[in-house]
Design a protein around this ligand. Structure first.
Ligand code: SAH
Ligand code: MG
Length: 200
């Protein structure tokens, strides 16, 4: 029987060869440690890709349940396949569709945004109701390969400038939000950890 470590390595290799932007090693270690140390049991992920981060988080503890949304059909189908290889289909629910058109009723200990970088404010507003009172929102790719805090004149692509600006707006949106405290961690491509403040 092939063990999980082998299967994980296969997915990492596949992602590299096919340019699927899965979480960087450092980021995924941080995320799985966070899940472990904070006894996270329910997770909503926006941006499944081929299921790598969902699988890594599910493997932390057998009580963990994950719902993950992906809008790219090909990737969604590959994620289904990968989740089955680990026998995790009972604990990882994959949804095919645009997250902003997906309405969920349940509440989660952790919400993980790892999808369209320019949409994070919209994701936050859309899914805030699905966060438990003591919950955390983690957002990946805050640095956007360094573009986020780069001088605008140094960025040639208008598209990249636009995304960088939207990420800065998201950081400001988080900082201005008095109901939450956000820390930006210098991990992988930059990770924002947003915790709801205790209501006194
Ligand atoms: N979390 C994954 C990587 C996700 S890559 C991992 O680390 O293994 C980002 C994915 O988000 C892409 O596959 C993209 O198709 C998806 N995505 C982007 N915007 C989305 C949206 N609005 N709704 C659902 N999925 C989205
Ligand atoms: Mg990412």
């Amino acid at each position: 029987m092939v063990d999980n470590d082998e299967l994980i390595k296969e997915i990492e290799k596949y992602a590299e060869e096919n340019k699927v932007p899965i979480m960087q090693k450092e980021g995924i270690s941080y995320l799985t440690e966070y899940v472990k140390n904070n006894e996270i049991k329910t997770i909503l992920e926006v941006g499944t890709a081929i299921g790598y981060s969902a699988i890594c988080m599910a493997l932390v503890d057998s009580k963990i349940k994950i719902v993950s949304i992906e809008r790219d059909e090909q990737r969604y189908l590959e994620a289904i396949n990968n989740v089955k290889k680990f026998g995790l289909d009972k604990r990882i629910t994959l949804i095919y569709g645009d997250a902003l058109n997906t309405d969920l009723d349940s509440k989660f200990d952790l919400i993980f945004f790892d999808a369209a970088k320019a949409q994070n404010i919209n994701f936050f507003t859309h899914f805030e109701k699905n966060l438990k009172n003591s919950g955390t929102i983690i957002t990946d790719n805050i640095y956007f390969h360094g573009y986020t805090f780069m001088d605008e004149d140094k960025i040639e692509s208008r598209n990249i400038r636009g995304i960088a600006r939207k990420i800065r707006n998201y950081i400001k949106f988080l900082d201005d939000n008095k109901s939450y405290t956000t820390e930006i961690k210098n991990i992988g491509d930059g990770v924002a950890v947003t915790r709801r403040n205790d209501v006194l």
